[in-house]
Design a protein around this ligand. Structure first.
Ligand SMILES: [Fe+2]
Length: 483
């Protein structure tokens, strides 16, 4: 393999280009047409990066007639050392972008910086926008927060006696950006109003064609608990081989299949995992995945992002799966590989902009079930759709430091800057469901793995082998079971 790669890279260098050290994914067969492709680029790149090869591959395998899948925001890996300044840049970037979203809200009157709140007299009504430094309950049951902007920090109190506001404040989590209106009293602010960045109610888009998008995830191939028969039955159904006539008709209308991470169980993901693995070789696990998914009809576009069990760095954003590890999956003609998270536009046709789908595997959702009482009381793991609405209100997929393994970088890629039409997650292995929040369709995908020992210890019951379907014309939602 190393020999093949070095020969390919040598040929590129001999053609007059520099090659980024991280660039390694190129077969010998591809190299001539790849050199033709980069020679035709305007402007002609001096340094060849992984993204050039990724774009080249996309052009190779996606003929114009099937350009119904357009990845609009996908994380490309950067070959760069990270340091403390990247963490500072990340949080500044988050603050600046969410402040911009919040600062025109009419409820935030008399908006001032936090350092100015410390100078004005008591009893004045003011508004601030800041990042939550800490949040805790007092002995009297009030909520006290420390809110920070680039100028200073101030304590803000949400009184338990203001029931509606207090209820909203129960959703506040560390490191998110919020707007607060209130009254200054000594060196604290008593809150009257709380504004989350949130999303506006969006239009209920309806596409021109009677077609479906299907959502699956967490196949965990390689695990002893992987459920091959249900997955096989699902693939037979996509080929209209099983089901009643009505179900077969629906199958014939499936045009998009989203696979939102954890394609395989991976290797060394948690202690003693090898005892629960039927296949211990990561390459073989992806080969098996490719074998199953080669049965998806070519008329269906398959969009795949990675999850925390897949074979790549865990820090989010995670770039798309490595071609040299999941080669057979990448080579499937109808597959588009994207990052986790990613925005993908589907079904844009003449006069219709298509649906923007936000894919996120969902690692941070564990943290919020464990730490936000309101989410636990509302159903916890079994109401993934409510956790997703909660994240949409934050306009962030993992606002709290430690809620996921975040990568320090100049731009906060986990920020939900664009309001999606469809938001799909997985990871919870709990109830499969579809919820609607301000017309955004929240899809929690099912797993294809029965209960693991770890889940048994936690008393956690999976809801496997279900497939939510969304009709792009009628907005009808269906749920099919393959177990
Ligand atoms: Fe999973």
């Amino acid at each position: 393999m190393i020999d093949v790669i070095s020969k390919s890279i040598k040929r590129i260098i001999e053609s007059g280009y520099l090659v980024e050290p991280a660039f390694s994914s190129l077969t010998e067969a591809d190299v001539a047409s790849f050199i033709d492709y980069i020679s035709a680029l305007e402007p002609r790149p001096l340094v060849i990066k992984s993204k050039h090869y990724r774009n080249f591959l996309n052009l190779q395998k996606v003929p114009a007639k099937r350009a119904m899948v357009n990845p609009i925001k996908v994380y490309e890996p950067e070959n760069k050392m990270r340091d403390m300044m990247d963490w500072i840049a990340l949080y500044n970037n988050r603050y600046d972008r969410l402040k911009e979203l919040l600062q025109n809200r009419c409820e935030l009157k008399n908006l001032i910086s936090i350092s100015r709140t410390l100078k004005i007299p008591s009893r004045e009504s003011i508004s601030i926008i800041g990042m939550v430094k800490s949040v805790q309950r007092t002995k009297r049951g009030n909520i006290i927060t420390e809110i920070e902007d680039k100028s200073s920090v101030v304590k803000v109190i949400f009184m338990a006696s203001k029931q509606e506001l207090y209820d909203k404040a129960c959703e506040i989590v560390e490191d998110e950006v919020i707007g607060i209106s209130g009254v200054k009293s000594s060196d604290v602010i008593f809150a009257d109003n709380l504004t989350f960045p949130d999303i506006p109610e969006i239009e209920t888009k309806r596409g021109p064609d009677d077609v479906y998008a299907a959502f699956i995830a967490d196949t965990h191939i390689g695990s002893k608990m992987f459920l091959p028969k249900p997955l096989s039955k699902f693939l037979d159904w996509l080929n209209c081989k099983v089901g009643n006539p009505k179900q077969k008709e629906v199958a014939s209308k499936v045009k998009y299949l989203f696979v939102t991470g954890d394609l395989v169980d991976g290797v060394g993901v948690y202690p003693n995992q090898e005892k629960e693995l039927a296949v211990k070789d990561i390459y073989e696990q992806y080969e098996m995945f490719a074998e199953f998914f080669s049965r998806v009809p070519e008329s269906i576009d398959v969009i795949i992002c990675p999850g925390n069990h897949d074979a790549l760095i865990l820090a989010e954003p995670q770039h798309a799966l490595y071609r040299d590890i999941a080669r057979s999956v990448c080579n499937l003609p109808n597959v588009t590989m994207v990052s986790n998270p990613a925005y993908v536009n589907i079904h844009a046709v003449d006069g219709f902009p298509g649906f923007d789908v936000l894919m996120y595997h969902g690692y941070s959702m564990d943290h919020y079930v464990a730490n936000v009482e309101k989410l636990r009381l509302a159903g916890g793991y079994n109401r993934g759709d409510l956790i997703m609405s909660f994240l949409l209100r934050k306009r962030h997929l993992a606002p709290t430091y430690g809620s996921t393994r975040a990568a320090p970088m100049q731009e906060d890629f986990l920020l939900i800057d664009k309001v999606p039409d469809i938001f799909t997650t997985a990871h919870l292995h709990s109830k499969t469901l579809v919820g609607i929040y301000r017309n955004v369709v929240n899809v929690v995908s099912s797993c294809w793995q029965s209960q693991t020992l770890f889940q048994e210890k936690l008393g956690h019951y999976p809801d496997p082998a279900k497939v939510p379907l969304f009709n792009l014309k009628t907005r009808e939602i269906k749920m099919l079971t393959f177990i």
